[in-house]
Design a protein. Sequence first.
Length: 273
Amino acid sequence: MSNQSLKKILKFGFSTLCVILLIACSRTPKGIISEKKMRHVLVDMQLAEAMINMNPQDYRTNEEKAVLYQSVFEKYSLTEAEYDSSLVWYGRNLDLYMRIYNLALTDVKNRIELMGDVKPEAVSTSDSDSIDIWIYRRYYEFSPLNLSNTIVLDFKPNREYTSGSIFLLSFQVWGLSSAIPQTIDMKICADQSDTTLVMNKVIRTDGKHELMLKTLPTKKIKRLYGYIRFNEKKESSYHKIYLDDFQLMKFNYGSAYIEQMDSTTYKDNSIDQ
């Protein structure tokens, strides 16, 4: 065998090996957005949603919002169908999706810092009684087309939340009715040193819903996490369930606002009737 033939064989073998390794390293099947590309797409989608939230007068209709989202798809040579099908696949692989999603949120935070804005956890709360620490989008849908109707919460502040902080998670729900037996579970947890505090709630009706978690006054909070999950019953049909106006308020220990809620409107029930 000539040296030239040997070089061709080795070159072909090396190229084949590279292709095999690339396929082996890719966790996404054909037709699904790759992890690296998905991270970039999620960053721009988060920024698009931030633009809508900050400028509601410029994006009053679904058509106006769709134009903004379409610009993201065009940037990455995607169709809405490809994006939706990729979300469905990532919904089946939630651990992978959350890893990519958290990386995307870090990228968004870094971009905001470069623009000179202040991160939520860096805002002083000594003079103000409360701050909204929700960093995700404000609107969600639970749908029969979604394979994972779960919203994951995971907050790890750069600086631990102050001891005795009180957290109030709230949002609006549309689409639940007596004809739909399904429920929505809310759960929030706080890690304080070697202690974990947990609060749960089951939602059965439309309207505004709140879940409050009061932490111990002697320990700082290292992590706040939980989920909002739609309990879909396969034998029952339903249309989309809408959740909007998300807030996760952090109040200082001894907040006058919380004391007023305790004495008037807030009822610490685990189940909505």
